[in-house]
Design a protein around this ligand. Structure first.
Ligand code: NAD
Length: 264
């Protein structure tokens, strides 16, 4: 398990020389390079058997379960206050963009007086890293969750084929990945896209053992509950295991499996 204070060590371990594409997105190069077809029979079987919907939500290791006084951040007794959680949510969106472009925040900067300058992204990063490093955030079962993507080329770059079969596309996401146990929530997010390709909904097999958090009803702002959100760890590798193409509802659907991630 990674202790909260080790977060900044992880940040320093990031290699800024990591290859990037023209837009600075290092994960996309991998998607293109790894766009190969592979046999994923086992993953498809596991996806069919995985817990979905409310069963997935229950199976998700929950931050509700962190004991009061433990090093978890969300507990039934609310370690973070509501306003801190609200600030965290706004910062988390900026944090994800940063993780995908220039890597983890550098952490607090201390001036000559020893006074720390701490950004909202630093706080969000510290909270998420601590929760993902907690043993209780390891999934107890295979679960299936949904993720809406407004424009698939933001994830896959030129490797995406809107009218072809994208099975085998593999990518790594440097950011924390927002998903939902509700297909409707994922669809709503996917449809927020305003131009370009048809929106994409991924049904994601998140296997037992990877780290993921859902936000509890106590101390979390209501939006998290309304979205049925499950946040997957950063640094996971994914593969498209089936492409169902464009549906009559205007949404392109794929099945995806998490095929690897950071050791914890
Ligand atoms: N997307 C969902 O299905 C979903 C589900 C539940 C809650 N939410 C909530 O919505 C908010 C935004 O979610 P989101 O999924 O749009 O956030 P995100 O940070 O994953 O995506 C934001 C933007 O980043 C880009 N992007 C996404 N994946 C990328 C990748 N692999 N490589 C490069 N760029 C990539 C895209 O342009 C995308 O529009 C979250 O804060 C979360 O609370 C979203």
């Amino acid at each position: 398990m990674r202790a909260a204070l080790d977060v900044w060590v992880v940040a320093e371990a990031f290699d800024p020389a990591e290859p990037r594409d023209d837009h600075g997105r290092w994960s996309l190069l991998r998607a293109v390079r790894n766009a190969v077809r592979t046999d994923d029979g086992d993953a498809q079987g596991r996806l069919r058997k995985a817990k979905t919907g409310t069963a997935a939500k229950r199976a998700t290791a929950s931050s509700d379960g962190f004991l009061p006084g433990s090093d978890g951040y969300h507990t039934k007794d609310t370690v973070l206050t509501e306003s801190q959680v609200g600030a965290y949510q706004r910062a988390a969106i900026r944090l994800n963009r940063r993780l995908r472009t220039s890597g983890p925040p550098a952490g607090p900067q201390f001036d000559s007086e020893g006074v720390a300058e701490l950004s909202a992204e630093d706080v969000a990063f510290g909270a998420l890293e601590a929760m993902m490093g907690h043993p209780k955030s390891a999934l107890r079962d295979d679960i299936s969750v949904e993720r809406g993507v407004q424009d698939p080329t933001h994830v896959f770059g030129d490797a995406w084929r809107s009218d072809g079969d994208n099975t085998g596309l593999t990518w790594e996401d440097a950011a924390f990945v927002s998903t939902s146990t509700s297909g409707q929530t994922a669809e709503e997010f996917a449809r927020l896209g305003i131009e370009g390709h048809a929106p994409l909904v991924m049904t994601v097999l998140a296997p037992k053992g990877i780290h993921a958090i859902r936000f509890g009803v106590h101390g979390s702002i209501p939006q998290y509950n309304a979205e049925d959100e499950v946040v997957l760890d950063r640094g996971l590798r994914f593969r498209v295991i089936a492409d169902h193409g464009l549906g009559a509802d205007g949404i392109h659907r794929v099945d995806v499996a998490v095929i690897g991630g950071p050791d914890k």
